[in-house]
Write a protein that binds this ligand. Structure first.
Ligand code: ATP
Ligand code: MG
Length: 213
């Protein structure tokens, strides 16, 4: 048996940090883990990531954005995620289909039922076993990003440059999804310290490990 876990949350909520920590814990426990991220995860999808996130793209139609995300996801599932799951791995993915619902649906305002159908089509019906939503107020995430970008010398990407009101709609969209799909969503308080959060996440993942060889 395999296990597919996705991490979601507003910019700067600590997804990448927690994926690394969980992967380390699981590998120490002897599990075969693959970590990956969206948009991207394979060469073709990484090219689409560049197109999507580059800040100097001019105005991008929401529909264009939606199809680029879906195209990147379809290839990522085909080339990386499905083969890893078929090989019995635990796949930890930094953002997945719920991000499209939150960003292009709730925040951009595209039709939610259409997005649901397109997402389902793009991934061939693949649904995560568990989705960890790292929830925090938008301004705290933005502060962390400002600090991280200052330290690493990187620029904000096209989505990070959206105003706080956009990111607030993303946050509320994610919370709405968590209420709609309580069987697979777990919401954690992303304001907690790194180690505290890592422990909480390990505890939430624990019951799912019995299913994995
Ligand atoms: N629990 C935490 N407490 C304080 N700072 C944290 C915590 N987790 C991560 N950080 C710091 O906050 C910044 C953002 O974390 P990280 O890159 O993991 O977030 P992210 O959700 O992956 O962001 P993005 O949406 O940009 O990919 C980093 O500088 C990281 O070191
Ligand atoms: Mg990240």
């Amino acid at each position: 048996m395999s296990l597919f876990i996705t991490f979601e949350g507003v910019e700067g909520s600590g997804k990448s940090t927690q994926i690394l920590l969980l992967a380390e814990t699981l590998r120490q426990g002897g599990f075969n883990v693959l970590t990956t991220r969206e948009p991207g995860g394979c060469p073709l999808s990484d090219k689409i990531r560049h197109l999507l996130l580059h800040p100097d793209q001019g105005e991008v139609a929401s529909e264009t954005e939606l199809f680029l995300y879906l195209a990147a996801r379809a290839q990522h599932v085909f080339e990386i995620i499905r083969p890893a799951l078929a090989a019995g791995k635990i796949v930890l993915c930094d953002r997945f289909a719920d991000a499209t619902t939150a960003y292009q649906g709730f925040a951009r305002g595209l039709d939610l039922s259409l997005i649901h159908r397109f997402n389902d089509f793009a991934v061939g019906g693949l649904v995560p076993d568990l989705t960890l939503l790292l929830d925090m107020p938008v301004e705290n995430g933005q502060e962390r990003l400002a600090h991280r970008n200052h330290t690493t010398g990187s620029r904000r990407d096209r989505l990070e440059l959206e105003p706080d009101t956009f990111h607030e709609r993303v946050r509320q969209g994610y919370l709405c999804l968590a209420r709609d799909y309580p069987e697979r969503f777990r919401v954690v308080n992303a304001l907690a310290g790194r180690e505290e959060l890592a422990l909480e996440i390990s505890t939430l993942v624990e019951p799912f490990l019995a299913e994995v060889n």
